[in-house]
Design a binder for this molecule. Structure first.
Ligand SMILES: Cc1cc2nc3c(=O)[nH]c(=O)nc-3n(C[C@H](O)[C@H](O)[C@H](O)COP(=O)(O)OP(=O)(O)OC[C@H]3O[C@@H](n4cnc5c(N)ncnc54)[C@H](O)[C@@H]3O)c2cc1C
Length: 214
């Protein structure tokens, strides 16, 4: 949990752990989201919850710096995940386009269909390798680490959106029937928002560009 300790003055953001079974903690019911049903979100109400000194992570007031490092890792992991998530999707689509025929030819013969599959592959590999680059920069403590992590997160959301939308298009009617492909698309849309929206990644990339140029 990130909280404020007003007596510390301007730098008052502190990071602490809570035990969800502790008195004073009331979780609200899970929110009803469009997708990502296995990862429910919801508010947590804290009222007079006791925290011991060992539950405070990083010195009080330094929580923001610690959470920035955690957020950076979280951002690049979206990129690694996006590429890995689309691997089995493209493998199944490759089978599908060879099996399904339209106008007496397998779909795989049509360049528009090939283009949809290669678009997914371009985005997957770009996202994967920018994420590996971001991880390398983060581990080395390189100045461009934060910028690279935001690029990885931005690419991850867009790649998942594009990949799952292309899947739905390639599958045609079957793709639009409520099932695995529609679930993947609605889950993917959540990654445009969760972990920081596209606008927030752009904002950070611009801030970092300005700082790195100085
Ligand atoms: C599937 C999912 C899972 C989530 N999981 C978690 C979780 O585990 N923990 C957690 O704490 N939160 C979680 N969230 C919440 C998520 O982090 C926030 O929804 C997200 O950071 C955006 O914040 P907001 O909804 O308050 O949007 P707002 O800040 O209200 O912004 C609304 C819109 O305005 C844009 N905007 C805001 N400020 C600016 C600006 N300065 N310039 C340009 N555009 C701007 C935003 O990008 C967005 O498009 C989750 C959300 C989703 C959808």
């Amino acid at each position: 949990v990130l909280g404020r300790i007003p007596s510390l003055g301007r730098r008052d953001i502190s990071l602490f752990l809570i035990d969800m079974a502790a008195p004073g903690i009331t979780p609200a019911p899970p929110e009803h989201m469009l997708g990502n049903k296995t990862s429910p979100t919801g508010n947590i109400r804290l009222e007079d919850v006791a925290i011991s000194a060992q539950d405070i992570l990083a010195p009080p007031g330094d929580g923001l710096q610690t959470i920035y490092d955690v957020i950076s890792l979280d951002r690049l992991l979206y990129g690694v995940l996006a590429a890995a998530f689309l691997e089995p999707v493209t493998a199944r689509l490759l089978d599908f386009v060879h099996e399904r025929a339209a106008f007496q030819h397998p779909l795989a013969d049509y360049q528009y269909i090939q283009g949809r599959l290669t678009d997914i592959k371009f985005r997957m590999e770009t996202t994967r390798w920018v994420s590996y680059g971001a991880l390398d920069a983060l581990v080395r403590g390189a100045p461009e680490a934060s910028l690279m992590c935001s690029i990885a997160k931005h690419e991850a959301g867009e790649t998942l959106r594009l990949g799952t939308e292309q899947e739905l298009r390639i599958l045609g009617h079957a793709g639009y029937m409520v099932g695995d492909s529609t679930r993947r698309l609605t889950d993917a849309l959540g990654t445009l928002i969760a972990g920081g929206t596209a606008e927030m990644q752009r904002k950070n990339v611009f801030t970092q560009m300005v700082q790195l140029a100085r």
